[in-house]
Design a protein around this ligand. Sequence first.
Ligand SMILES: Cc1ncc(COP(=O)(O)O)c(C=O)c1O
Length: 397
Amino acid sequence: MKLAKRMDRILVESAFEVLVRARALEAQGRSIVHLEIGEPDFPTPAHIIDAAKRALDEGWTHYGPTQGYPELREAVAGYVSRTRGIQVGPQHVSIVPGGKPIIFFPMLALLEPGDEVIYPNPGFPIYESMIGFLGSIPVPMPLLEDRGFSFDLDLLRAKLTDRTKMLILNSPQNPTGGVIPADDIRAIAELVRDRDLLVLSDEIYSRICYGDPPVSIASMPGMLEKTIILDGFSKTYAMTGWRMGYGVMPEWLVEAVSKLMVNSNSCTASFTQRAGIAALEESQDAVDAMVAEFRRRRDAFCDALNRAPGFRCARPGGAFYAFANVQGTAMSSRDMADFLLHEAGVASLSGASFGQYGEGYVRFSYANSLENLMEAVERIRKAVERTLSAPLTARRR
Ligand SMILES: Cc1ncc(COP(=O)(O)O)c(C=O)c1O
């Protein structure tokens, strides 16, 4: 039996593949520091776990409404309104199993073959995967290191056409940790406000940020009706395995997403939604503590990495990724990621696995203990020094 042709156009996420390779090396007795996977290393806060346990005991173990329980949608609407400075209600909210379905479902509902989608590159690989899967045209926007990994606005203006159906923004960003400055968000809103397109604003890292909070394009005049906000519980509350996220979008699109949900998942798990209410409405101390610890690690890791020959790494403004420029080592991104895994015992991701403009970079997730991060940098420094001091012919692998 042959797979449908469209399966040739769907991609995978290399983080999960590298994890498998790293685990295989560990099974052979190698010591690996894991800096490849993008999830907080902290436990889910205890009061959220308690709320889920309580919900199980109370019998929240059945199907729920496809769009999500009204109480959770109220909580999400209140939270998103407060944090973004906008006014949305529960009717604008879709609760789904993770943040990813808010890429999958709205794109499935909106995009036709031939429609153009502008997206950040390097960027979360699922954007490009879904654009290609649906037969739409991927239009990459290079992110620029010297602009803190933001766009060149003139280039964005040049890439907008009458066929542009969607613009994807992601701030704070994966894989660069870049945060789009408020002035740029304002300028982007000016560029797209009068166009017949929607903005998918991936704000999954909105709370993990080390300077001014990121500005949502939904808060710009006239943009609420044109924006899909993607957010969720995975990163903010260290709940990646719970599979719960949400989208905030115009009501007509909520309806379409619900149709796709009823055809695929029926609903998001009921007891986890009860825990979601506790996450949003009870103490945020654990989030603040997690972000403070990420900041400490970011500073120490980036500063130490800059002492490795051929590496350059600015402190990113958000998320928990360091996107190191390795062009000074004259190795490609993929060779460097392989080299680090095999020669240094450090698992990282090639920048090129996030798109062609990620070439020359390697992504490290600093969601690991400070001790392990310092051990990783030491291993990287030694392995690179060893190799760079070897004659060129011996370096070719
Ligand atoms: C930019 C971005 N968007 C969305 C997601 C998906 O989040 P979730 O695990 O909640 O589906 C991720 C996860 O890595 C991400 O990095």
